[in-house]
Design a protein around this ligand. Structure first.
Ligand code: GN1
Ligand code: MG
Length: 344
């Protein structure tokens, strides 16, 4: 890591390194100044090259978005990586992993669960503001960092493939959840019809709008900026809205194993929608707005399928800390899906 730190023009001995974050994919570290000074601390991130097989696309998408926002919305704060000494957005280590450096924003916090309606409103407004600012950007200039990332049909097919390959033991342990996913297939058909109807416009979407991807000011609790922009790419608004519903409206995170705690919080859902539409009511078409109730169900189902497929595949994608964790996550998401189906 010292070599990487040096390639960004920093001296490793000035910093203490601490692993942070709850992300499943990358490894993220805080480089804190050992002696407090006015100078910045940093976030250093090792990008998972097995998931992002073309990491340069992340950099080119972000550069284009940053330049556009800078020109058209100069007041909008977009957290951008700091180039290395040789002006690269990413520095590769000798195992071929790309690393990125970000400024560390002091006096900010992230949260893993929404506590109240005001938080839901602000966070949704924060993500929606990004969609609004990027409404007129040239989509053709972007590439997909992970193809078909939120394509429900493709995610269902990955689940079917994983099921065909799974060990008998895992298949048996997951039997109940496999059944629920198969019974929920009509969501895939709804998705396919919706996309085929052409009623949703392709936009630039964040694609990972879970609640802990917002930085809040630690005192005022106002949104400072959105983070984790590596899946900023073309998509439909339901992808972003849906992941907010998935992660804001349940009082517990996707890691919770006591499913009795998973409920639909109507006041949070309503606040989320108000915050979201405060930015986008004049941007989304009426046809798009009629897809709002589908968004949360669709993305929650995707995550259930992805966690379940990973369990069936032998836990090769999401980082786990105990055996069966992906099964717990899948059960958690399916429980929440049932609540959504009842309440929306
Ligand atoms: C992954 O790594 P992280 O935590 O930012 C995943 C998202 C999921 C999320 C579930 C590239 O995001 O799609 O919603 O886990 N990102 C990727 O917590 O697969
Ligand atoms: Mg992410």
């Amino acid at each position: 890591m010292d070599t990487i730190i040096q390639s960004f023009g920093l001296s490793p001995s000035d910093f203490s390194v601490e692993k942070i974050g709850t992300g499943h994919i990358h490894q993220t570290f805080k480089l804190a100044r050992k002696i407090s000074s006015d100078q910045e601390s940093f976030i250093l991130q090792r990008v998972n090259k097995n998931v992002f097989t073309k990491p340069d696309i992340i950099a080119s998408n972000l550069k284009f978005a940053f330049d556009y926002l800078n020109k058209n919305f100069p007041g909008y704060y977009f957290l951008r990586s700091i180039p290395s000494l040789d002006k690269s957005e990413m520095v590769y280590d000798n195992e071929g992993f790309p690393w990125r450096l970000f400024p560390y924003k002091g006096n900010t916090i992230t949260i893993d669960q929404v506590d109240n309606a005001a938080e839901a409103f602000s966070a949704a407004e924060g993500f929606a503001q990004l969609t609004r600012c990027l409404d007129k950007i040239e989509i053709e200039k972007f590439n997909e960092t992970i193809p078909q990332f939120h394509d429900l049909s493709w995610r269902y097919q990955q689940f079917v493939d994983a099921l065909a390959r799974a060990s008998a033991e895992r298949r048996q342990r997951a039997d109940d959840y496999i059944g629920i996913c198969q019974q929920s297939y009509s969501l895939v058909e709804t998705y396919e019809k919706l996309i085929a109807s052409g009623s949703l416009r392709k936009r630039i979407t964040h694609n990972d709008t879970k609640i802990n991807n917002i930085l809040f000011d630690s005192e005022s609790r106002r949104v400072v900026c959105v983070i984790d922009l590596d899946t900023l790419m073309p998509g439909y608004f339901i992808y972003d809205l849906g992941d907010m519903v998935r992660t804001f409206v349940s009082p517990v995170s996707e890691e919770e194993s006591d499913f009795s705690k998973i409920v639909f919080r109507k006041e949070i859902y309503d606040a989320l929608l108000s915050g979201y539409l405060s930015q986008l009511k004049d941007v989304l078409s009426e046809e798009e707005k009629s897809a709002i109730p589908f968004a949360g169900k669709m993305v929650t189902f995707i995550m259930a399928l992805r966690f379940l497929a990973d369990y069936l595949n032998g836990d090769i994608y999401y980082h786990i800390t105990y055996p069966g964790q992906n099964l717990v996550r899948a059960g958690n998401q399916l429980t929440f899906l049932k609540k959504l189906e009842k309440c929306i």
